[in-house]
Write a protein that binds this ligand. Sequence first.
Ligand code: BGC
Length: 266
Amino acid sequence: MSTSTPAGARGARLGLGVDIGGSGIKAAPVDLAAGHFAAERVREVTPQPATPAAVAPVVAQVLASFEVADDTPVGITFPAVIQHGIARSAANVDDSWIGTDAEALFADALGRDVLVVNDADAAGYAETVFGAAKGVHGVVLVTTLGTGIGSALIVDGKLVPNTELGHLEIDGHDAEKKAADAARERHDLSWSQWAKRLQRYYSHVEDLLWPDLIVVGGGVSKKHEKFLPLLDLRTPIVPAQLRNDAGIIGAASLAAAAAGRDPREV
Ligand code: BGC
Protein backbone atom coordinates (compact mmCIF):
# COMPACT_ATOMS: atom_id res chain seq x y z
CA MET A 1 0.00 0.00 0.00
CA SER A 2 1.40 3.41 -0.88
CA THR A 3 1.98 6.16 1.63
CA SER A 4 -0.32 9.03 0.87
CA THR A 5 0.01 12.55 2.16
CA PRO A 6 -3.01 14.81 2.29
CA ALA A 7 -2.16 16.72 -0.86
CA GLY A 8 -4.03 19.93 -1.51
CA ALA A 9 -4.93 20.38 2.12
CA ARG A 10 -1.88 22.38 3.15
CA GLY A 11 -2.83 24.71 5.94
CA ALA A 12 -6.18 23.01 6.57
CA ARG A 13 -6.82 21.47 9.98
CA LEU A 14 -6.96 17.75 9.50
CA GLY A 15 -8.53 14.91 11.40
CA LEU A 16 -8.42 11.24 10.59
CA GLY A 17 -11.57 9.13 10.43
CA VAL A 18 -11.83 5.34 10.40
CA ASP A 19 -15.08 3.50 9.66
CA ILE A 20 -15.23 -0.13 10.78
CA GLY A 21 -17.99 -1.97 8.95
CA GLY A 22 -19.01 -5.58 8.54
CA SER A 23 -17.23 -5.95 5.19
CA GLY A 24 -14.66 -3.15 5.07
CA ILE A 25 -12.46 -0.96 7.25
CA LYS A 26 -12.10 2.43 5.59
CA ALA A 27 -10.12 5.52 6.53
CA ALA A 28 -9.32 8.96 5.19
CA PRO A 29 -7.87 12.26 6.37
CA VAL A 30 -10.62 14.82 6.74
CA ASP A 31 -10.48 18.56 6.18
CA LEU A 32 -12.24 19.55 9.39
CA ALA A 33 -13.30 23.00 8.24
CA ALA A 34 -14.72 21.91 4.88
CA GLY A 35 -16.06 18.51 5.94
CA HIS A 36 -14.62 16.46 3.11
CA PHE A 37 -11.79 14.03 2.53
CA ALA A 38 -8.37 15.62 2.21
CA ALA A 39 -6.91 12.56 0.45
CA GLU A 40 -8.19 9.40 -1.14
CA ARG A 41 -9.84 6.87 1.14
CA VAL A 42 -8.07 3.59 1.92
CA ARG A 43 -10.02 0.34 2.43
CA GLU A 44 -9.13 -3.09 3.75
CA VAL A 45 -11.39 -6.10 4.07
CA THR A 46 -12.77 -6.67 7.59
CA PRO A 47 -11.23 -9.91 8.92
CA GLN A 48 -13.60 -12.77 9.75
CA PRO A 49 -14.41 -13.51 12.47
CA ALA A 50 -14.18 -9.79 13.26
CA THR A 51 -12.95 -10.15 16.82
CA PRO A 52 -11.21 -7.25 18.60
CA ALA A 53 -7.83 -9.01 18.27
CA ALA A 54 -8.32 -9.49 14.51
CA VAL A 55 -9.70 -6.01 13.77
CA ALA A 56 -7.15 -3.90 15.71
CA PRO A 57 -4.10 -4.72 13.51
CA VAL A 58 -6.12 -4.04 10.34
CA VAL A 59 -7.06 -0.59 11.67
CA ALA A 60 -3.36 0.01 12.39
CA GLN A 61 -2.49 -1.12 8.87
CA VAL A 62 -5.06 1.23 7.32
CA LEU A 63 -3.82 4.14 9.39
CA ALA A 64 -0.22 3.46 8.41
CA SER A 65 -1.18 4.57 4.86
CA PHE A 66 -1.32 8.16 6.04
CA GLU A 67 1.10 10.60 7.57
CA VAL A 68 -0.74 11.62 10.70
CA ALA A 69 0.68 14.31 12.99
CA ASP A 70 0.83 13.58 16.71
CA ASP A 71 -1.89 16.13 17.47
CA THR A 72 -4.23 15.08 14.65
CA PRO A 73 -7.56 13.96 16.15
CA VAL A 74 -8.34 10.34 15.22
CA GLY A 75 -11.93 9.07 15.40
CA ILE A 76 -13.07 5.50 14.81
CA THR A 77 -16.64 4.32 14.25
CA PHE A 78 -17.98 0.96 15.34
CA PRO A 79 -21.51 -0.45 14.81
CA ALA A 80 -22.41 -1.01 18.47
CA VAL A 81 -23.26 0.95 21.59
CA ILE A 82 -20.04 2.71 22.57
CA GLN A 83 -20.21 4.11 26.06
CA HIS A 84 -17.12 6.12 27.00
CA GLY A 85 -15.02 4.01 24.64
CA ILE A 86 -16.40 0.65 25.75
CA ALA A 87 -18.51 -1.51 23.40
CA ARG A 88 -21.72 -2.53 25.13
CA SER A 89 -23.73 -4.37 22.46
CA ALA A 90 -23.23 -6.65 19.47
CA ALA A 91 -26.33 -6.73 17.24
CA ASN A 92 -24.51 -7.34 13.96
CA VAL A 93 -20.91 -7.76 15.16
CA ASP A 94 -18.91 -10.48 16.92
CA ASP A 95 -20.17 -11.05 20.48
CA SER A 96 -16.65 -10.81 21.85
CA TRP A 97 -16.86 -7.01 21.48
CA ILE A 98 -19.29 -6.72 24.38
CA GLY A 99 -17.38 -5.24 27.31
CA THR A 100 -14.27 -4.56 25.19
CA ASP A 101 -12.59 -1.22 25.89
CA ALA A 102 -12.37 -0.33 22.21
CA GLU A 103 -10.57 2.96 22.86
CA ALA A 104 -7.86 1.20 24.87
CA LEU A 105 -7.61 -1.56 22.26
CA PHE A 106 -7.05 0.85 19.37
CA ALA A 107 -4.87 3.23 21.38
CA ASP A 108 -2.62 0.27 22.09
CA ALA A 109 -2.58 -0.92 18.47
CA LEU A 110 -1.97 2.58 17.07
CA GLY A 111 0.26 4.02 19.78
CA ARG A 112 -1.90 7.12 20.10
CA ASP A 113 -5.15 8.32 21.68
CA VAL A 114 -8.32 7.80 19.67
CA LEU A 115 -12.03 8.44 20.08
CA VAL A 116 -14.35 5.50 19.37
CA VAL A 117 -18.00 6.25 18.59
CA ASN A 118 -21.10 4.48 17.33
CA ASP A 119 -21.21 4.43 13.51
CA ALA A 120 -24.63 6.10 13.18
CA ASP A 121 -23.71 8.75 15.74
CA ALA A 122 -20.66 9.65 13.64
CA ALA A 123 -22.65 9.75 10.41
CA GLY A 124 -25.43 11.76 12.02
CA TYR A 125 -23.06 14.28 13.51
CA ALA A 126 -21.42 14.79 10.11
CA GLU A 127 -24.81 15.37 8.46
CA THR A 128 -25.59 17.96 11.12
CA VAL A 129 -22.33 19.86 10.81
CA PHE A 130 -21.75 19.58 7.05
CA GLY A 131 -24.67 17.82 5.33
CA ALA A 132 -28.42 17.51 5.06
CA ALA A 133 -29.14 18.89 8.56
CA LYS A 134 -26.62 21.72 8.51
CA GLY A 135 -28.02 24.80 10.20
CA VAL A 136 -31.16 23.01 11.44
CA HIS A 137 -32.01 23.90 15.02
CA GLY A 138 -34.03 21.74 17.36
CA VAL A 139 -34.28 17.96 17.23
CA VAL A 140 -32.68 16.19 14.27
CA LEU A 141 -32.92 12.44 13.87
CA VAL A 142 -30.52 10.78 11.44
CA THR A 143 -31.16 7.13 10.59
CA THR A 144 -28.95 4.83 8.57
CA LEU A 145 -30.62 2.00 6.67
CA GLY A 146 -28.23 -0.89 6.04
CA THR A 147 -27.62 -4.27 7.67
CA GLY A 148 -29.32 -2.76 10.70
CA ILE A 149 -30.92 0.60 11.42
CA GLY A 150 -28.59 3.08 13.05
CA SER A 151 -29.81 6.25 14.73
CA ALA A 152 -28.31 9.55 15.78
CA LEU A 153 -30.21 12.14 17.77
CA ILE A 154 -28.81 15.65 17.61
CA VAL A 155 -30.40 18.41 19.63
CA ASP A 156 -29.37 21.97 18.75
CA GLY A 157 -26.13 20.60 17.34
CA LYS A 158 -25.34 18.43 20.37
CA LEU A 159 -25.25 14.66 19.90
CA VAL A 160 -27.19 12.46 22.33
CA PRO A 161 -25.18 9.25 21.88
CA ASN A 162 -26.30 5.63 21.59
CA THR A 163 -30.02 6.11 21.00
CA GLU A 164 -30.17 2.71 19.17
CA LEU A 165 -33.61 3.42 17.74
CA GLY A 166 -33.17 0.56 15.28
CA HIS A 167 -33.95 -1.75 18.17
CA LEU A 168 -37.31 -0.26 19.10
CA GLU A 169 -39.83 -3.04 19.52
CA ILE A 170 -42.61 -2.43 17.02
CA ASP A 171 -45.52 -4.89 16.63
CA GLY A 172 -43.52 -7.41 18.66
CA HIS A 173 -40.40 -7.24 16.47
CA ASP A 174 -36.96 -5.69 16.69
CA ALA A 175 -37.58 -2.83 14.23
CA GLU A 176 -34.39 -3.26 12.19
CA LYS A 177 -35.20 -6.91 11.46
CA LYS A 178 -38.29 -5.71 9.58
CA ALA A 179 -37.32 -2.35 8.16
CA ALA A 180 -33.54 -2.25 7.55
CA ASP A 181 -32.34 -2.35 3.96
CA ALA A 182 -31.08 -5.89 4.64
CA ALA A 183 -34.71 -6.92 5.35
CA ARG A 184 -35.76 -5.47 1.99
CA GLU A 185 -33.06 -7.53 0.28
CA ARG A 186 -33.59 -10.67 2.38
CA HIS A 187 -37.32 -10.78 1.62
CA ASP A 188 -36.98 -9.43 -1.90
CA LEU A 189 -39.46 -6.65 -1.08
CA SER A 190 -40.61 -4.21 -3.74
CA TRP A 191 -40.01 -0.52 -2.98
CA SER A 192 -43.67 -0.07 -2.05
CA GLN A 193 -43.68 -3.13 0.21
CA TRP A 194 -40.58 -1.87 1.97
CA ALA A 195 -42.02 1.65 2.19
CA LYS A 196 -44.97 0.27 4.17
CA ARG A 197 -42.54 -1.08 6.74
CA LEU A 198 -40.64 2.22 6.77
CA GLN A 199 -43.92 4.06 7.21
CA ARG A 200 -44.69 1.98 10.30
CA TYR A 201 -41.20 2.59 11.64
CA TYR A 202 -40.88 6.31 11.00
CA SER A 203 -44.41 7.17 12.15
CA HIS A 204 -43.68 5.39 15.43
CA VAL A 205 -40.39 7.25 15.81
CA GLU A 206 -41.89 10.65 15.02
CA ASP A 207 -44.62 10.06 17.60
CA LEU A 208 -41.95 9.31 20.20
CA LEU A 209 -39.57 12.17 19.51
CA TRP A 210 -41.34 14.87 17.50
CA PRO A 211 -38.19 15.65 15.55
CA ASP A 212 -37.87 18.79 13.42
CA LEU A 213 -36.13 16.87 10.66
CA ILE A 214 -35.42 13.23 9.80
CA VAL A 215 -32.40 12.43 7.62
CA VAL A 216 -32.13 9.04 5.93
CA GLY A 217 -28.64 7.69 5.27
CA GLY A 218 -27.04 4.35 4.46
CA GLY A 219 -26.12 3.04 1.01
CA VAL A 220 -29.76 2.75 -0.10
CA SER A 221 -30.30 6.48 0.46
CA LYS A 222 -28.82 7.11 -2.98
CA LYS A 223 -32.06 5.54 -4.29
CA HIS A 224 -34.19 7.76 -2.03
CA GLU A 225 -36.56 8.74 -4.83
CA LYS A 226 -37.78 5.12 -4.90
CA PHE A 227 -39.09 5.15 -1.33
CA LEU A 228 -39.02 8.53 0.45
CA PRO A 229 -41.89 9.97 -1.67
CA LEU A 230 -44.04 6.97 -0.60
CA LEU A 231 -43.85 7.98 3.07
CA ASP A 232 -46.55 10.09 4.68
CA LEU A 233 -45.11 11.75 7.78
CA ARG A 234 -45.67 15.06 9.51
CA THR A 235 -41.89 15.49 9.86
CA PRO A 236 -39.81 16.58 6.86
CA ILE A 237 -37.70 13.59 5.79
CA VAL A 238 -34.72 14.07 3.48
CA PRO A 239 -31.85 11.95 2.11
CA ALA A 240 -28.39 12.22 3.65
CA GLN A 241 -25.88 14.25 1.68
CA LEU A 242 -22.53 12.81 2.73
CA ARG A 243 -23.55 9.21 2.06
CA ASN A 244 -20.68 6.74 2.54
CA ASP A 245 -18.26 9.47 3.64
CA ALA A 246 -20.39 10.50 6.62
CA GLY A 247 -18.98 8.00 9.14
CA ILE A 248 -15.36 8.94 8.46
CA ILE A 249 -16.06 12.69 8.42
CA GLY A 250 -18.17 12.46 11.58
CA ALA A 251 -15.61 10.35 13.45
CA ALA A 252 -12.83 12.81 12.68
CA SER A 253 -15.05 15.78 13.59
CA LEU A 254 -16.19 14.24 16.88
CA ALA A 255 -12.57 13.45 17.76
CA ALA A 256 -11.71 17.10 17.09
CA ALA A 257 -14.67 18.24 19.18
CA ALA A 258 -13.63 15.90 22.02
CA ALA A 259 -10.18 17.48 21.87
CA GLY A 260 -11.88 20.82 22.45
CA ARG A 261 -11.94 22.06 18.87
CA ASP A 262 -15.09 23.12 17.09
CA PRO A 263 -14.84 21.23 13.77
CA ARG A 264 -16.20 24.25 11.90
CA GLU A 265 -13.75 26.68 13.41
CA VAL A 266 -10.48 24.78 13.49
C1 BGC B 1 -26.53 -1.48 16.01
C2 BGC B 1 -26.17 -0.02 16.08
C3 BGC B 1 -25.63 0.46 14.74
C4 BGC B 1 -26.60 0.10 13.64
C5 BGC B 1 -26.08 0.49 12.26
C6 BGC B 1 -27.47 -1.71 14.86
O1 BGC B 1 -27.77 -3.07 14.76
O2 BGC B 1 -27.15 -1.89 17.21
O3 BGC B 1 -25.22 0.20 17.09
O4 BGC B 1 -25.44 1.84 14.79
O5 BGC B 1 -26.87 -1.29 13.64
O6 BGC B 1 -24.86 -0.12 11.97
